[in-house]
Ligand binder design. Structure first.
Ligand code: DNO
Length: 357
């Protein structure tokens, strides 16, 4: 397992130097964050980015994310031009040696929370999702609430231009149900996967976070059956998964160690996101430290499953809380994520060594 850390490029307050000092960090995962969704990424910028990352002895093997334009998800006629751009981006990524591309197929909203700084008993703050609260909010209310709640930082997936047209986009989704969305994903994959395969890139779909419908929008990448369905659309080494424990975890029926064993031994997990959440009632949850006893997910069992399948892909400790007075991008501070890496390193060393006793 190659351990990575998400880095938000030159806008990130966390430096590459700091990241390189975290034990066992192989590289960063990042993207060209300033390029609008749907535009092709330029080779020159990618070469520069890679050079910068490599100069800190860090690898740049994984992109998170090349986001999919809404017109592709909605199946509009204009999707073809965005698919052409997506391919250009993949081609340029392959030229700088990127191996894995994370993406998602969530309508309108990427990962969604109702609170970006819920205060915990120990005064740390965490991201949380309260389904009761969501029922009383319109999509616009939520966006406004989160914008006021995010330290003025633009959160990826909540880009201004796109969300300012919220009503309009919601209207366009009115006649898109789950099956239509599956059809649009199929169209995208049948174009993209063979192209990615020719360019030695592994696509890794990220599950929907949270793994159920919000605001009546269809959400389809939610459980084992759905992940299998994605893989069956176009069987190829380039059609794989980002197995995100924190995104699938709010649904207690998602048996994560068993999914890791199943998809991992079939070589379908190209990228692992490892974090913990604590389930509350009625689809509500909050993000905890990575420690098993703090949340609902057993990180020991999860790491053991990765060891058992001899996982050789990239992994990252996912979100962290804000601790020690840190202020930064919600979910993406330095300290708690670094603690997460250290914890996963410890679990991994233990499960490997105990095997040899
Ligand atoms: C949450 C992340 C997601 C993820 C994208 C994948 O912070 O795990 O935002 O990057 O959804 O495309």
């Amino acid at each position: 397992m190659k351990m990575t850390f998400r880095w938000y490029g030159k806008n990130d307050k966390i430096s590459l130097e700091y990241i390189s000092q975290i034990p066992n960090i192989d590289g960063v995962v990042t993207s060209l964050i300033d390029v609008a969704v749907g535009e092709a990424w330029s080779l020159e910028e990618l070469i520069q980015l890679k050079k910068n990352i490599n100069s800190y002895n860090l690898n740049f093997d994984v992109v998170e994310s090349v986001n999919v334009h809404e017109d592709i998800k909605m199946g509009l006629a204009s999707r073809d031009k965005y698919i052409v751009n997506y391919k250009k981006t993949l081609k340029n990524l392959s030229q700088i040696g990127v191996q894995t591309v994370c993406y998602n197929f969530m309508p309108i909203f990427d990962w969604t929370r109702t609170n970006l700084s819920r205060e915990m008993d120990d005064k740390s703050t965490s991201l949380s999702f309260d389904n009761e609260e969501l029922k009383n909010l319109s999509a616009k209310d939520l966006v406004e609430k989160l914008r006021n709640n995010s330290n003025d930082i633009e959160i990826p997936g909540w880009e201004r231009g796109r969300l300012d047209e919220l009503e309009n986009v919601f209207k366009q989704y009115e006649d898109i149900d789950e099956e239509k969305l599956w059809g649009n994903l199929e169209y995208f994959l049948k174009e993209i996967i063979p192209y990615a395969q020719n360019h030695n890139i592994k696509m890794a779909i990220h599950p929907d976070d949270p793994p159920f419908s919000i605001f009546g929008l269809p959400r389809i990448i939610t459980n084992e059956r759905a992940l299998q369905r994605v893989l069956d659309i176009y069987p190829s080494i380039s059609n794989g998964l980002t197995l995100c424990t924190g995104s699938l975890g709010p649904n207690k029926d998602n048996d994560l160690p068993s999914m890791i064993r199943k998809f991992g031994s079939a070589n379908k997990i190209h990228f692992a996101h490892i974090r913990n959440i604590k389930r509350e009632s009625d689809k509500s949850f909050y993000e905890t430290s990575h420690l098993s006893s703090d949340g609902s997910l057993d990180l020991y069992e999860i790491v053991l499953a990765y060891k058992d399948i001899n996982f050789q892909g990239h992994a990252r400790a996912d979100h962290g809380r804000m601790i020690w007075g840190e202020k930064g991008m919600p979910g993406y501070g330095l300290y708690d994520r670094a603690l997460g890496v250290a914890y996963i390193n410890g679990l991994y060393e233990a499960v490997v060594k105990i095997d040899k006793v």
